[in-house]
Design a protein around this ligand. Structure first.
Ligand code: ADE
Length: 272
């Protein structure tokens, strides 16, 4: 069964446009994924189809009310028609959630068959419906957007590309930037000289070991410059390979240890 994403939102057309395009759009057409959006307003029992109200206790802005979200959620469950074996998980996109990481996205792709995403708007959502239906609250970063739609698209894209059949080459996402622990090395395509800038000659050499070593070196340099905290973690996980101590024969002369060759495989593969 393809992995299923249901997105509850006040702006389904925004989400449909983003997720209906490019690789995720193609994956839906090929049947590798199912993505459905649901207009929360359609489930409002208010005669003016209102979905928001003022917060108790005062304060600025409006809150999304519990009732339309609850009814929308019930409709999603009914439409999915799943049995209890389906591993379902409900996520509320909010700036107060835990920040999304590649690691968490990988776990979501691995551990669940059905993700239901709730996009907040206005100043937030009545807490009671969050407590009633939501398993996890996720933020896409320490900044505030006008709503949860773009975060829901980002989360869906990030998780969906790890679903089998979505990317042409599944190996790619396992070894790429961030997943490997390092930022991805700079890449170049034809022509070999552009605006007077040359492609680094080693990449034209055809020597795969040298290319791998160069890519590792440039990935480390880039990570050090832009994300030093990632490099620190990567170094801790990839200690330099210790030279093997030669056993002394009883009558042998003392030996001199030489520097070990740089082993790019032991240092972590960075190419895809
Ligand atoms: N809604 C508004 N800002 C958000 C953020 N940073 N992450 C998730 N949902 C949000």
């Amino acid at each position: 069964m393809p992995m299923r994403f249901d997105i509850m939102t006040l702006f389904p057309e925004l989400v449909d446009t983003v997720l209906g395009s490019s690789i995720i759009g193609r994956a839906q057409k090929s049947g590798a994924l199912t993505v459905a959006t649901h207009q929360i307003r359609d489930y409002s029992e208010d005669k003016h189809r209102r979905v928001d109200d003022t917060p108790y206790g005062g304060g600025k802005g409006m809150l999304m009310a519990a009732q339309p979200i609850w009814n929308c959620y019930q409709a999603v469950l009914a439409q999915a028609g799943e049995d209890e074996r389906v591993r379902r998980h409900v996520i509320y996109l909010t700036p107060t959630g835990k920040v999304l990481t590649q690691q968490r996205a990988t776990e979501l792709a691995r551990d669940y068959d059905h993700l239901i995403l709730l996009c907040g708007h206005y100043e937030g959502v009545d807490r009671r419906v969050v407590d009633e239906i939501v398993d996890e609250e996720i933020s896409i970063g320490d900044y505030v957007l006008t709503g949860g739609e773009i975060p829901a698209c980002i989360l869906t894209d990030c998780v969906a590309r790890m679903v089998p059949g979505v990317l042409a080459d599944e190996e790619c996402y396992e070894k790429e930037s961030i997943a490997s622990g390092l930022l991805e090395y700079p890449q170049y395509t034809k022509p070999a000289v552009w605006h007077g800038r040359e492609v680094p000659p080693v990449l034209l050499s055809g020597d795969h070991a040298k290319v791998d070593a160069y890519r590792l070196e440039t990935a480390i340099a880039l990570t050090e410059r832009n994300r030093p905290e990632l490099l620190e973690a990567w170094r801790a996980a990839h200690p330099p390979v210790e030279p093997k101590k030669k056993r002394r024969k009883k009558t042998a002369q003392p030996t001199v240890d030489t520097e070990p060759p740089v082993d790019s495989a032991a240092q972590g593969e960075v190419s895809c």
